[in-house]
Design a protein around this ligand. Structure first.
Ligand code: VGL
Ligand code: ZN
Length: 266
């Protein structure tokens, strides 16, 4: 609290939340492992334990159905491009991006064998009103109730007091941000949780830097929070993506800091 008082000497009352993004087994050492991700766990725990800055800690959890639209394995290569190999009918993850179409209500337009029975028929819709959405394809990850979807046991968490927000729970639309789905048509309870606690400042940490951390930080800014990303408490996948995301966040007034700027030495 002393630290908080020091932060508030200018008379403006700030209330801070720590937002821990997707520190789950699949992103740490599973199917979508981010290299070096385990190094951020002790940093996040130090922030959680030592810092008396945070009034609220919220963990997000990527939580997908078994045939999620973001999985390469949910698609067939013949309709999306070249196959991974002669005996794998699916397009390759990481390098394939699909152009998906949604109705104004957020329903996926069926476009191939696998999804035509799940998505809706949009052939009679006004095509100028349909929502076009790019979907990068990933390996299967964070399938609901699987081990890979579990928040890693090494992460300090108080199940009574802290909040867990699940995202990507709709089979037909991906959600990088912990606030909204990728079309920004539906939102999680996160914004309401922050409003209820009177939070003004959000500190974002976790995985992966240029995807779920980036989109969560950008949406937090859009919702008018003061946003910090704690660099050494997050890890990215790809150098180019990391640089691009960093530039964009700075441009939108997101403040990049190191954990040492928050952790008190006593
Ligand atoms: C994420 C890709 C797919 C993330 C989630 O947590 O950054 N990345 N789903
Ligand atoms: Zn995901």
């Amino acid at each position: 609290m002393l630290f908080n008082l020091l932060l508030n000497v200018n008379g403006i009352t700030t209330k801070s939340a720590l937002l821990v993004i997707d520190v789950q087994y699949d992103f740490v050492n599973g199917s979508l492992a981010v290299k070096g991700a385990d190094a951020i766990i002790p940093v996040i725990n130090d922030l959680y334990k030592q810092s008396n800055v945070f009034e609220l800690v919220i963990f997000s959890q990527d939580w997908h159905c078994a045939q999620h639209v973001s999985f390469a394995s949910s698609h067939l290569a013949d309709t999306t491009g070249p196959a991974l190999s002669a005996n794998d009918p699916h397009p390759p993850p990481f390098t394939t991006t699909l152009n998906l179409t949604y109705t104004q209500q957020g329903e996926l337009c069926g476009y191939q064998e696998k999804y035509s029975s799940m998505g809706v028929d949009c052939t009679h819709e006004d095509h100028t009103r349909l929502i076009k959405s790019h979907q990068k394809l990933w390996p299967d990850h964070c399938i609901e109730n699987s081990f890979g979807a579990r928040i890693v046991d090494e992460i300090v968490i108080n199940k009574e007091r802290d909040i867990i927000v699940r995202k990507g729970t709709n089979c037909h639309i991906d959600a990088y941000s912990a606030f909204f789905d990728n079309n920004r048509l539906s939102q999680t309870e996160l914004h309401q949780n922050l409003l209820n606690a009177g939070i003004t400042d959000v500190y974002v940490v976790g995985l992966a830097f240029e995807f779920c951390v980036f989109y969560s930080a950008m949406d937090a800014r859009l919702l008018n929070y003061t946003v910090y990303v704690i660099k050494d408490a997050t890890k990215g996948i790809d150098e180019y993506g990391i640089r691009h995301a960093t530039r964009k966040m700075k441009k939108h007034g997101i403040i990049l800091i190191n954990s040492s700027q928050l952790l008190s030495p006593w």
